[in-house]
Design a protein around this ligand. Structure first.
Ligand code: AHR
Length: 329
């Protein structure tokens, strides 16, 4: 989704009001005890991928005691679990709520409750689609549309001299999630400029290795004797699962089928080193330190940007061996 902008001053005012009335260790007059930790309720999507594990580690390390008191909840990729967690954080009167929403829609009511309770909300990693954009203060995370475009750009650059049609299969992330919606959009925008490319199958593998393998097996079966030229996977985990399916079908991943995916986790670098994955578009999960700073600023009543985008690049198999020792996730 495109993030609507609200004037910075409005955001600042909203924050100042929230900072003045949010929960945490407070006396009966509502004043926060000096030196008391900032209480943060964090609702995570789940543990579906290497990316997510690294993201959770980064958040937990950055929101550590004594400065913070972190209430962490794993949503197990279910929106209902995340809504329950957000309600619990509101009841506990935390100072700040941060969460990574599994899907984009369906958050209006619980976010209205958080706003009514005076608790500022920070979106991390994924966006929401709400009728009233003032229901959250800021979003820190990647530009998923651009990631999809980068995957397409890599594909076009590496298909020079190839005649069409180039038959592409796509493994989508979780249905209705911001990264799945945006990466689909960006990739289509990118390859749309080149008429050789044709997306012949596209289905969700829910961002997991197991589902990525399962759906790729189904693609190979359904395509039968027709050649699949390219796999675009919305994350590395699904690509790694699909690589197994391709090998089990007697084909060579990275050669018979070109593979480009997103994240840049260590598993992808290993696969690139072995020549089984061709490229990965980086999506940085190490958001913890920047999230901690945003929370400090919000809590102190300082103005924060409406959108914080993380810097990222693209890595190819020829860079894998040299880059692998530097990877932090
Ligand atoms: O929201 C970020 C995405 O979620 C990552 O690309 C994926 O690996 C994760 O599950």
């Amino acid at each position: 989704m495109q993030i609507a902008r609200i004037p910075a001053l409005m955001a600042g005012l909203f924050m100042a009001v929230l900072a003045g009335c949010s929960g945490g260790a407070r006396d009966t007059d509502g004043a926060q005890a000096a030196g008391a930790p900032i209480t943060v309720g964090f609702s995570q999507v789940g543990a579906e991928s290497e990316w997510r594990t690294a993201n959770t580690r980064s958040v937990k390390e950055a929101l550590a005691a004594p400065e913070f008191e972190l209430k962490f909840s794993d949503g197990q990729q279910k929106q209902e679990n995340q809504i329950k967690a957000l309600r619990a954080f509101i009841a506990q009167k935390v100072d700040v709520i941060a969460f990574s929403p599994v899907v984009e829609t369906g958050w209006d009511e619980v976010l209205r409750d958080a706003k009514a309770a005076g608790i500022p909300v920070v979106l991390t990693d994924r966006a929401v689609e709400v009728a009233d954009d003032s229901l959250y203060l800021t979003l820190i995370g990647s530009d998923f549309v651009e990631e999809g475009r980068r995957a397409a750009r890599w594909l076009i650059d590496n298909s020079q001299g190839r005649s069409g049609p180039v038959r592409v299969v796509e493994l989508q992330g979780t249905v209705g999630s911001a990264p799945a919606n945006d990466r689909m959009q960006g990739f289509r925008e990118g390859i749309g400029q080149d008429t050789r490319f044709e997306i012949v199958r596209s289905q969700s593998g829910d961002f997991t290795r197991a589902k990525g393998k399962e759906v790729m097996e189904a693609f190979i079966k359904a395509e039968g004797r027709k050649k699949i030229d390219v796999l675009f996977a919305h994350n590395d985990d699904m690509a790694i699962g699909a690589i197994q399916a391709i090998e089990e079908a007697g084909l060579k991943p990275g050669k018979d089928i070109l593979i480009v995916s997103i994240d840049g986790v260590r598993g992808a670098f290993e696969a690139m080193k072995d020549g089984k994955l061709n490229a990965t578009v980086e999506c940085n999960p190490l958001l913890g330190p920047q999230l901690a700073q945003l929370i400090r600023d919000i809590h102190a009543g300082r103005q924060v940007p409406r959108r914080v985008v993380v810097e990222e690049g693209v890595f190819t198999s020829d860079q894998a061996a040299a880059e692998l020792p530097n990877r932090k996730y």
